[in-house]
Write a protein that binds this ligand. Structure first.
Ligand SMILES: Nc1ncnc2c1ncn2[C@@H]1O[C@H](COP(=O)(O)OP(=O)(O)OP(=O)(O)O)[C@@H](O)[C@H]1O
Ligand SMILES: [Mg+2]
Length: 292
């Protein structure tokens, strides 16, 4: 597989002393690649260093073979970026905003603007003001400005957060279409379902450390056959269980609590086996139940 992104021993320490990334290394080929991690794990920091907005404190990154620090211009022409919070001009029309963003990239071509708006199904709203758009529409305009010029690599920071299920499905379609023909989409998210639907490969960050990088199939293998469901009477039993085993999730009903657990050493013969999901694998990776 062709390597589009090569991350070598990247560390990023902010001026306030926070080490947001600690010796991260992995590679990304073509297709949609998922970057998962809790709030503050370092996803946005990693993306900003990839797109040359932030310099790393140590380490190197190569984008399509070009060094992000020494060959910034070569890198920037090959990358499209949708930031987590894209600053948009509320009084501009959709067309004028995307056209303005295109001009910043040196692209003066109104037909190209219309083409990307068509791709994200926003051409019919081209004249509408940014402030009059729904959240999903804004996100699609965000993608339009990122894909203008069809860069080899598209970096999107939590593009599906806050979207309704229908819009999320539409968004997933858009990203997977873009990743065809050898392109790479690097997608950060909290939503394991998005990664499961879209990505063959993923990386998991945890407090600035790389916890996992590889295929979702290999990650699933770690939990296969070990996920069980255990019936509990009350919270006290749950607290007890959490001391002995990794609790992946819990559901409550009038009969008590159903705990989904990782039974690594077959300690619970009374538990029933369950089909492992990528969500289970992810929660296992993160060391237990996600506390919302
Ligand atoms: N400009 C900054 N100056 C100092 N510290 C920062 C800065 N930006 C982020 N951090 C810190 O770096 C760490 C990683 O933050 P980052 O925004 O990369 O996480 P994230 O994984 O994108 O989180 P989220 O899921 O909430 O978007 C956090 O501890 C954060 O507080
Ligand atoms: Mg972020």
């Amino acid at each position: 597989m062709h390597t589009n992104i090569e991350i070598n021993h990247i560390t990023k320490k902010y001026k306030n002393g926070v080490t947001a990334l600690d010796d991260i290394s992995f590679t990304v080929g073509s297709g949609v690649f998922g970057l998962l991690g809790h709030n503050g794990a370092g996803k946005t920091t990693l993306m900003k260093t990839l797109v040359t907005i932030l310099p790393p404190s140590a380490g190197t990154i190569r984008i399509c073979g070009y060094d992000t620090q020494k060959q910034g211009n070569e890198v920037r022409t090959r990358i499209g970026y949708l930031p987590q919070e894209l600053a948009m001009y509320p009084s501009l029309s959709v067309f004028d905003f995307v056209n303005y963003m295109a001009e910043l990239k040196g692209i003066r071509n109104k037909e190209a603007v219309r083409e990307v708006l068509e791709q994200v199904e926003m051409l019919e709203y081209a004249k509408r003001k940014i402030r009059e758009l729904s959240g999903g529409m804004k996100r699609r305009v965000g993608i339009a400005q990122a894909i203008i010029g069809y860069p080899q690599i598209l970096v999107v920071d939590e593009p599906t957060a806050g979207l309704d299920p229908e819009e999320r499905v539409r968004f997933r379609g858009l990203l997977s279409r873009y990743a065809r023909e050898g392109r790479t989409v690097l997608l950060s998210t909290h939503i394991v379902e998005d990664v499961f639907q879209l990505c063959e490969e993923l990386a998991v960050l945890r407090k600035g450390h790389l916890f996992y990088a590889g295929t979702s199939a290999a990650l699933m293998k770690q939990v296969k056959g070990k996920v069980k469901i255990l019936h509990l009477e009350d919270e006290r039993q749950l607290i007890d269980l959490q001391k002995k085993s990794i609790v992946l999730s819990t559901t409550y009903d009038r009969h008590g609590i159903h705990a989904r657990i990782m039974d690594e050493n077959a300690l619970f013969p009374q538990a029933t086996s369950a089909m492992a999901t990528l969500e289970d694998a992810y929660v296992y990776c993160m060391g237990g139940k996600i506390h919302a």
